[in-house]
Design a protein around this ligand. Structure first.
Ligand code: XLS
Ligand code: NI
Ligand code: NI
Length: 441
């Protein structure tokens, strides 16, 4: 950071003080410098701050305007304000000890009157971000393009019935890819904001999905052309803003990518709140992606069990996160991905300090979950139970089933000779109790 830059936040840098600390502005479980298995916790967790929520969110909802005012949001020229906002953001990233950040193009730079002007604004802010990244060591986890806020995208971007809008979206992603490359982004995300529909009365579903695939193919081609080597990610979400989103859940995305021959180019960015909106658990989505070798990154947040929309809350549910972590570790980790806090403060959380409490809570919960998951895996009883449950497939005709060396005719003979299978308990209650012993002793 430039010398003598004034600080926007009064809160000092957050330190690790251990589980016994009563300081609400300290980490109790996340010690970024702690080395586990030859890697620091900072490297294990790869926490990232979402620019849109933490630096563009103002607390507005459909019933009222923003409640959150920040001291840097003053001035007439939107680019000057954007530069100041970015200074504040990097101060926060540094103080909260997050090694990464994520953005949409329009979060960091204001949209101009024309596409050319928007591109120019983005250039100014990307140059500033590059300088701030260099000064602080904070890195870009991923970039993305906002293809859903502007009214031009009301009927979708790559799935818009108007090819003119498709072209506009293509130009925007082209530029966002260049910006991501310029900032050394490790991934690039596609979240199909309005890639879906409200009614089939006006929609050609098959054509729209083919257009979406063509768009992704062109994005991958352009990334290759400019030398962007980051991982492409799709972020599934079942609904909101549209009623039917094409990227419903992990299974839908995997099928879409395979159908269009794009599966080798993409992995999945799984968001907790999107998983629950699709009627799944967070862990289920991770397992589905992991099973396909397509687990990419996590948008770390939580929904509210009583609300049916994307509330984007900070997740402090250690049990849910521990189960998720077991599946992430089982899948071999996130690779170039990370845990991005795609989460926002509640509308009445108007203090600057609330931004710290929110992220400390999320980071501590994930760090604790990571450590507990490692204990569960090292202990081996959980995985051992599952392994034993499938032991009949390890030898004999079970193995023949897995290795495709048997047939219905052969299996009929076996079934006739073996008689009725014995009932074997699934032991769910025992396993739930066992899980609690890891969580609470
Ligand atoms: C919205 C999505 C969005 C993506 C990035 O629900 O979570 O924030 O993460 O476009
Ligand atoms: Ni998200
Ligand atoms: Ni979301």
């Amino acid at each position: 950071m430039k010398k003598n830059r004034s600080a926007f936040f009064q809160t000092p840098a957050i330190a690790f003080e251990g589980p016994k600390s009563t300081n609400a502005l300290a980490f109790r479980h996340y010690n970024p410098d702690e080395v586990i298995d030859g890697q620091t916790m900072a490297d294990h967790m790869r926490f990232s701050i979402a620019y849109w929520h933490s630096f563009r969110g103002v607390g507005s909802d459909p019933f009222g305007p923003g409640t959150i005012a920040r001291p840097w949001e003053v001035g007439k020229d939107p680019v000057t304000v954007a530069l100041k906002r970015m200074d504040a953001a990097f101060e926060f990233f540094t103080k909260i000890r997050a090694p990464f950040w994520c953005w949409h193009d329009r979060d960091i730079a204001p949209e101009g009157k024309t596409l050319a002007e928007s591109n120019k604004n983005l250039d100014v802010l990307v140059a500033h971000a590059k300088e701030l990244q260099k000064a602080t060591g904070v890195k870009l986890l991923w970039g993305t393009a906002n293809l859903f806020s502007n009214p031009r995208f009301m009927c979708g971007a790559s799935t818009n019935p108007d090819a003119h809008v498709f072209a506009y979206a293509a130009a925007q992603v082209k530029k966002a890819l260049e910006a991501t490359l310029e900032l050394g982004g490790e991934n690039y995300v596609f979240w199909g904001g309005r890639e879906g529909y409200e009614t089939l009365l006006n929609t050609d579903l098959k054509r729209e999905q083919a257009h979406m695939a063509a768009f992704m193919r062109m994005a991958a081609d352009y990334a290759k052309e400019i030398g962007f080597k980051g991982q492409f990610l799709i972020e599934p979400k079942p609904k909101e803003p549209t009623k039917h989103q094409y990227d419903f859940d992990c299974a839908t995305c995997i099928a879409f990518l395979k159908t269009h021959g794009l599966d080798k180019l993409f992995k999945l960015n799984i968001e907790t709140n999107h998983a629950t909106l699709a009627g799944h658990t967070f862990q289920h989505e991770i397992e589905v992606a992991g099973a396909a070798g397509m687990l990419g990154s996590i948008d770390a947040n939580s929904g509210d069990p009583l609300l049916g929309w994307d509330t984007d809350q900070f997740n402090t549910d250690v049990k849910e996160l521990t189960l998720a972590m077991v599946s992430i570790l089982k899948a071999g980790g996130l690779g170039t991905g990370g845990f991005n806090f795609d989460a926002k403060l509640r509308r009445p959380s108007v203090d600057m300090e609330d931004l710290f409490h929110a992220h400390i809570g999320g980071m501590d919960a994930y760090a604790l979950a990571f450590k507990t998951a490692r204990k569960i895996i090292a202990d081996g009883r959980m995985a051992g139970f599952v392994k034993d449950r499938y032991a009949s497939y390890d030898t004999g005709f079970g193995k023949a089933i897995e290795t495709k060396k048997t047939s219905f005719k052969e299996l009929e003979k076996i079934a006739l000779s073996l008689g009725e299978p014995t009932l074997k308990s699934g032991k769910q209650e025992y396993l739930e109790n066992l899980l609690n012993t890891y969580l609470h002793g």
